[in-house]
Design a protein around this ligand. Structure first.
Ligand SMILES: C[S@@+](CC[C@H](N)C(=O)[O-])C[C@H]1O[C@@H](n2cnc3c(N)ncnc32)[C@H](O)[C@@H]1O
Length: 273
């Protein structure tokens, strides 16, 4: 499996529960290749993956909606944006910078431009930056990003990315976030807590990736304890929840099994000191 395929899969998950994800545009990315992968994933790993990823999207959408209500001219910096579509449900005053690998950025940019032109999508101000977090120097990213930033507050999102990164790249990214954000700016992050490694369902996820991995793709399988976030000197941890808990708020009609039986990711909101 190539890394861009994971972005298509997550987007398809969101399209399966638009009432939970509140992403009415996710279906635009659906395609037959991704559809053909889903039955095996849902059967082999967990049938609850679409709901949990829709909950993840909903959690961050609610957090960002509150932030951009306070700061309508603020900027969303979406690191590893994949095919997420937050900018089209957030107010049009919000500027977005989408950052991802070159193949994703080029494909998304072209499609979005066509859909904004033909009225499928509302008009939004979007900048795109293509980069590989593993190979680019932090100071170069700061330079690239600051070209597209105003003085307005920023919300940085790092959703569904940390699993694929190693600790060196992760530390460099958080150093970068600290360098570009100002006091009061927010950062949303997702990662697996190391505890999750003891669950059967996480082992099935690893087995699935091992079975379907392309030689060119490096999946670090990173997990991060809450102490990683608590120890960030430049940030204060404001919220720490997980997908299973958010189901109690946004998916009360869905029956989930026990927390340890679903692939439960932790969700964090941090504030720049
Ligand atoms: C599972 S997808 C999640 C996409 C989106 N954030 C979401 O939640 O729907 C992971 C994304 O991270 C990006 N990504 C992973 N490793 C990366 C790297 N080293 N540099 C840049 N982007 C990376 C992938 O290209 C992909 O779009």
């Amino acid at each position: 499996m190539q890394i861009h395929e994971t972005a298509f899969i997550i987007s398809t998950y969101r399209s399966m529960h638009p009432e939970v994800s509140k992403d009415p545009y996710a279906h635009l990315w659906n395609n037959s290749k991704t559809d053909s992968l889903l039955p095996e994933i849902l059967d082999f790993i967990s049938e609850h993956e679409p709901l949990l990823h829709s909950l993840r999207n909903r959690f961050f959408l609610e957090e960002m909606t509150a932030f951009f209500e306070r700061y309508p001219n603020a900027t969303l910096l979406n690191f590893g944006a994949g095919f997420s579509m937050y900018q089209f449900v957030l107010p049009e005053t919000v500027q977005t910078v989408e950052i991802d690998k070159e193949d994703i950025v080029n494909y998304k940019k072209e499609k979005i431009a066509a859909w904004m032109k033909d009225g499928t999508l509302p008009k939004r101000k979007i900048n795109y930056l293509s980069m590989d977090f593993n190979t680019i120097a932090v100071n170069k990213i700061v330079h690239e990003l600051t070209k597209s930033l105003t003085d307005a507050p920023t919300f940085i999102l790092l959703e569904g990315v940390l699993f694929f990164l190693n600790s060196k790249t992760t530390n460099e990214l958080f150093q970068l976030f600290g360098a570009i954000q100002k006091s009061g700016d927010l950062l949303g992050s997702v990662s697996y807590d190391p505890q999750v490694q003891t669950t059967d369902v996480y082992q099935k996820l690893l087995a699935y990736f091992d079975k379907n991995n392309d030689t060119n793709d490096t999946f670090a399988h990173q997990t991060l304890p809450v102490s990683f976030y608590q120890n960030l000197k430049e940030y204060t941890l404001l919220k720490n929840t997980d997908e299973f808990e958010t189901a109690r708020v946004y998916a009360v009609n869905y029956k989930l099994p026990k927390k340890t039986e679903v692939l439960n990711e932790s969700l964090y909101i941090l504030k720049k000191n």
